[in-house]
Design a protein around this ligand. Structure first.
Ligand SMILES: Cc1cc2nc3c(=O)[nH]c(=O)nc-3n(C[C@H](O)[C@H](O)[C@H](O)COP(=O)(O)O)c2cc1C
Ligand SMILES: CCCCCCC(=O)C(=O)O
Length: 374
């Protein structure tokens, strides 16, 4: 590439996640963009996941020497240069033909942990051999438990370091854009030889929803965490918890971590925005295990707010897919880098030199403002 062309591209690089979203919308067929961007039913929670961050204000402290900012932290004993992790999202080949392999390389080049989705469009083995990095594997439990168990064993034997069990999806949420578009997901190559999907074509509506209805086990319950423990020695994080009651149960069943998530508002509409549910969960867990959060993180300041409310790390879903759709691996990498740089700046401007200094008093929540009026 000529130096001039390179400079042109550099000058036109998106400067924030919103611009990546615009580019992704232009780049993708409507069915695929709607699948990635959409939420369940009225999309109330989808809007609120983002809006709730906007209702939290920052309380910066000044005249702190911030010439060195250290964003590093650790999770399950693994050191991370920043608390930003790639959330599990299915079917990356919808965004880019290289799929999860490109995303894995992008995350690895930022030393960021990636959680590979059970609904990955690339094979576990292919992702594992594409680059070396710490990776976790997200699990759905199918009616046919052998299928899920086989994938867990494959992930474990290919070096994945933890299982993220998604607990908010006994059935797929009602995503009306997908129904209208008759959404078809690319084949999950990991399931080749394990199951067949003959009658999906007969469905008039979201084929993804039909596939989920046929496969996901709606009887999954707390006792099944024991089953999962019996088939893997990896630590298990539970993803999709938004209440103190369930957070306490997660600790009781000895989960290694809790992820406050509403599945990017794709499951139960009118579930709370995750940043509004975070503190309740953090208090209930009382330091027993790390608490992560995802949903609506679009800015470094959002990450800082989540850390201040007790999150050990945050996961980002759609932003990485927007980057991938817009510019492939380079775009996904740029998205992670941009969020890291924004977090660094937010920490400096708030007078926080390390994540340990991002304390509760750096944020003013809606609850704080209401309590101040009493
Ligand atoms: C296109 C898409 C696919 C997703 N696929 C999965 C999945 O396979 N497994 C899972 O546990 N969560 C899945 N999620 C939810 C994400 O892990 C995460 O909770 C959510 O994207 C966070 O919200 P954000 O997109 O606003 O960052 C998916 C989300 C999106 C947008
Ligand atoms: C096996 C069920 C399909 C899951 C589709 C991926 C997903 O979680 C999503 O939110 O979309």
């Amino acid at each position: 590439m000529s130096r001039r062309r390179f400079r042109e591209m550099e000058n036109n690089l998106p400067v924030n996640i919103h611009e990546y979203q615009e580019l992704a919308k232009k780049a993708l067929p409507k069915m695929h963009y709607d699948y990635i961007n959409g939420g369940a039913e009225d999309e109330h929670t989808l809007r609120d996941n983002i809006a709730a961050y906007g209702r939290i204000l920052l309380r910066p402290r000044v005249l702190v020497d911030v010439s060195n900012i250290n964003m590093s932290t650790s999770l399950l004993g693994y050191d991370m240069p920043s608390p930003i992790i790639v959330a599990p999202t299915g079917s990356h080949k919808l965004a880019n033909p290289e799929g999860e392999v490109a995303t894995a390389r992008a995350a690895a080049s930022c030393n960021s942990i990636m959680v590979l989705s059970f609904s990955s469009s690339c094979r576990i083995e292919e992702v594992a051999s594409s680059c070396s990095a710490i990776r976790f594997y997200q699990l759905y439990v199918f009616k046919n438990r052998d299928v899920s168990a086989t994938l867990v064993r494959r992930a474990e034997s290919h070096g994945f370091k933890a299982i993220v069990l998604t607990v908010d999806t006994p059935m797929l949420g009602r995503r009306e854009a997908d129904i209208r578009n008759k959404m078809v997901a690319p084949p999950n190559e990991n399931l080749e030889g394990l199951m067949s999907f003959d009658d999906l074509d007969s469905t008039d509506g979201s084929k993804l929803e039909k596939y989920a209805r046929d496969t996901l086990d709606p009887s999954l319950s707390w006792k099944d965490v024991e089953w999962l423990k019996s088939i893997t020695s990896l630590p298990i994080l539970l993803k999709g918890i938004v209440t103190a009651e369930d957070a306490r149960k997660a600790v009781e069943v000895r989960a290694a971590g809790v992820i406050v998530s509403n599945h990017g508002a794709r499951q139960l509409d009118y579930a709370p925005a995750t940043i509004s549910a975070l503190e309740e969960v953090v208090k209930a867990v009382a330091g027993a295990v790390p608490v992560l959060v995802d949903g609506g993180v679009r800015r470094g300041t959002d990450v800082l707010k989540a850390l201040a409310l007790g999150a050990r790390a945050v996961m980002v879903g759609r932003p990485v897919l927007f980057g991938l759709a817009a510019r492939g691996e380079a775009g996904a990498k740029h998205v992670i880098e941009m969020l890291n740089r924004e977090l660094e700046l937010a920490m400096a401007l708030c007078g926080c030199r390390s994540v340990a200094e991002v304390t509760r008093d750096r944020v003013l929540t809606e609850g704080d403002r209401l309590r101040a009026l009493l």
